[in-house]
Design a protein around this ligand. Structure first.
Ligand SMILES: [Mg+2]
Length: 275
């Protein structure tokens, strides 16, 4: 894992800028600062500014654990492609697959509320119903070991057995057939006809993209971490601003940039005189 904001990292970003690329980002901890209250997360003014500029030039997406509706309330129309529920919610998934995922998730919720609601209430663990997946939140719980033991006991009862992704004070359970962030990114590259991509994330669910180890995807993790499969890292979340600014400014200086992106509603910002 190398630091992105170096000459070497900038050369790799430039290579992405020269291709027909998709720019995709996680939301919490990546575009938005992690906050104690889950509902208070938002884009800072500089990040919104540069993200908006990037999105008018090239295909841009957010792939988050939040629902699409939740994302839209925070991002508005800044970014055109919003993918929710860790990659399983969006126009890229087939109706019948979505239906199956929803049914599995609601079946789990029924079992959980029927058999474990009292214990959950006593422990302070909150189950968030995201329609396509469930999340057990325990950020505000004091007895964390007991909370985790209860969550483990509940998950063992779920059928079919879920795909489990651990986050920061949250355990996410997803139907085994649901797409994850890696499959969602690949599907969007195909749909938007992009041969390369940049993906930036900070958490366990983002490892589903990093672990693809696909040479066409430049992967960046917010925060250096041993064992992460990401190619590069940023030291802190606020460095996202610098990365976005670099992409826009370096991209605007090169005549090769933003090629093939105009069909997505983007225009070439600096037309070359010979074009
Ligand atoms: Mg995150």
């Amino acid at each position: 894992m190398d630091y992105l904001l170096t000459e070497k990292g900038k050369l790799d970003l430039e290579a992405i800028l020269k291709g027909r690329s998709l720019y995709a980002f996680d939301f919490d901890g990546t575009l938005a600062k992690i906050v104690r209250e889950h509902h208070a997360a938002r884009l800072s003014r500089p990040i919104r500014f540069w993200l908006e500029k990037l999105a008018t030039r090239a295909p841009t997406a957010i792939i988050s654990g939040r629902s699409v509706e939740d994302l839209r309330s925070r991002v508005g129309t800044t970014v055109p492609h919003l993918i929710g529920n860790h990659g399983s919610e969006g126009p890229h998934t087939r109706q019948e697959d979505i239906q199956q995922v929803r049914e599995t998730s609601s079946g789990w919720l029924e079992l959980i509320t029927g058999r474990f609601q009292d214990e959950l209430t006593r422990s302070g663990v909150v189950v968030e119903n995201k329609s396509y997946s469930l999340s057990f939140h325990y950020r505000t719980v004091d007895q964390r070991d007991e909370a985790r033991a209860l969550i483990t006991r509940i998950i063992a009862e779920l059928s079919p057995p879920p795909r489990i992704v651990l986050g920061k004070s949250v355990v996410n359970v997803m139907p085994p057939t649901a797409s994850h962030k890696g499959t969602a990114l690949l599907e969007y590259m195909r749909r938007l006809d992009c041969s390369t991509a940049l993906y930036v994330g900070d958490d366990e669910t983002d490892e589903d993209v990093f672990a693809l180890r696909d040479h066409r995807i430049l992967t960046v993790r917010v925060g250096k971490k041993k064992g992460s499969a990401a190619r590069y890292f940023l030291k802190r979340q606020t460095e996202i601003t610098e990365m976005l600014r670099l992409l826009v400014e370096v991209g605007d200086q090169s005549i090769h940039t933003w090629s093939g992106c105009h069909e997505h509603g983007a225009t070439r910002p600096v037309p070359h005189p010979n074009e």
